[in-house]
Each structure stands twice: as C-alpha cells, then as structure tokens.
Design a protein around this ligand. Structure first.
Ligand SMILES: [Zn+2]
Length: 249
C-alpha cells in the first residue's frame, strides 16, 4: 500500500486583505487565493480532506468575490481524477470555516471527522468569527448539511494506516492537520495553521507567520512548533504552488 496526496482546485477567491493571511504583515495589499480539496489515495478507500466553499454563499453571506468553474465543483473535480464520491468513506475537515467544509454532503457514504473542540466552537463561536462558521441568524451553516455523519475526535488520532490527525489549535480551537506517510516522505496537510509556503518559511522577524484570523495565538505558536517535530513536508492550505505540483507522493 502506497499513499499519495492529490490537490484539486475547487474555486478561487479574490481581493482578500493580505494581513488576514500573514499576521500584522502586508497592510494595504490584497491577495487572490485558491480553494483546495485534497484526496489521499492508495489506502482502502479514498480519504477527502476539506471540501471547499459554497459559491452561492460567497458574495451573499461572506462578501467575498469567488469563482468556480464547472470542473472545479468538488464532485466533478473528483470524478475527473477518477474517484467516485460515493466511494469516499472518510472526509476530514481541518476546521469548520465555510471555505473548508461546505460540501461534506456530496459524500453520502462518508463519515466526517472533526475535532470535538471545533464542533463545540462552530456551534457557538465568538461573535467576531460568526460569519466564517455561518453561525448567523436565519442561516443554516453549510457544514451542518452532513452534521448527522460527523464523528468527532479528541486530539491526535490515527485515522487509517499511514494517516494520522494532528491537533493544531490556534487558527480555530479545533484546527487539525493530516499527517500522511507517502512513498518517499511524510507530508502534513496543514489546514489554515499554514496558509501559504511563505507562512511556513517565515521572515526576518519570525520562524513562521500565523494567519491574521485566530482564536489563540499562544496555542498557534505551540502548534507551529509541534509541526517542526513531525519530520514532515508541510502542505499549506491556500497556496497556488500546491496546485502547480498537484501530486505529493
Ligand atoms: Zn480558516
């Protein structure tokens, strides 16, 4: 059994303020970023990590400019990679922000794996983060479309041979990464703990740069230090270079 990771584009968002990605850095600048869904292949069944955003809510709910071509719809993107969404048995949400968890319902036979602490927070976020979780009056959050299939976990958890969930709180209370033992090396699908390659590489002032959106900066630093100990190559959540490379084997 040889595991590999495939990165699929499931949309793009435009004109976001740079400091929301790179903490206290890039004032006045905006960035365009891809939305990425990952599939871990080579095990008993494909495992999907993060399911992207809902195009219809991008502007109406989130005031974010988003594009999604027909072939970037998550189920279509999967089928073109030769994977039937019905065959997916496990979906992991790195966290429950709308742009990572809005299409869980497209996988009718999958258990959805989320940290319990994330589930608790998504149901009752601090008021400044309500929109990211769609915890708004008169709106049913998209992640709840598959709520009955959510199976919560607590902390680091082995999901399948060679696939381990790693608790990485900070960006949100229950953020998690997925550590994958592939043929040539070990990879971490880092979720929004690491947005961009530049976030991981840091700058003159800091070894790594957190996102500008977070719930606990102290926990965030501990999570980044934890990643350092894993002996892995980090795959960020929103870097277009991840899509250029596409396969991590
Ligand atoms: Zn996020």
């Amino acid at each position: 059994m040889t595991l590999s990771i495939r990165a699929l584009s499931v949309g793009r968002v435009f004109g976001l303020p740079k400091p929301s990605f790179t903490y206290l850095r890039g004032w006045g600048a905006t960035v365009d970023i891809p939305l990425i869904m990952f599939v871990i292949e080579g095990g008993d069944a494909p495992v999907v990590v993060d399911t992207g955003a809902d195009l219809s809510r991008a502007w109406d709910v989130h005031r974010i400019k988003m594009e999604q071509s027909a072939d970037e719809q998550p189920d279509v993107a999967l089928r073109s990679a030769g994977i039937d969404p019905d065959d997916v048995r496990l979906v992991v949400n790195t966290h429950l922000h709308w742009d990572h968890s809005s299409n869980n319902h497209l996988f009718p036979n999958a258990r959805v794996v989320v940290q319990q602490s994330e589930l608790d927070f998504a149901r009752k976020p601090v008021m400044w983060h309500r929109r990211q979780f769609e915890a708004l009056p008169d709106l049913s959050p998209a992640w709840q479309r598959a709520e009955d299939r959510i199976s919560p976990v607590d902390g680091d958890t082995e999901l399948a041979p060679g696939i381990t969930l790693i608790s990485l709180p900070g960006h949100t209370p229950g953020s998690q990464g997925v550590l994958v033992e592939a043929a040539t090396r070990r990879y971490l699908i880092a979720g929004d703990c690491v947005y961009l390659y530049d976030s991981w590489e840091g700058d003159a002032d800091a070894d790594h740069i957190p996102a500008g959106i977070y719930t606990d900066l102290v926990a965030y630093e501990e999570s980044l230090r934890k990643i350092e100990t894993l002996g892995c190559e980090v795959i960020p959540s929103h870097d277009s270079r991840v899509l250029d490379r596409r396969i991590f084997a």
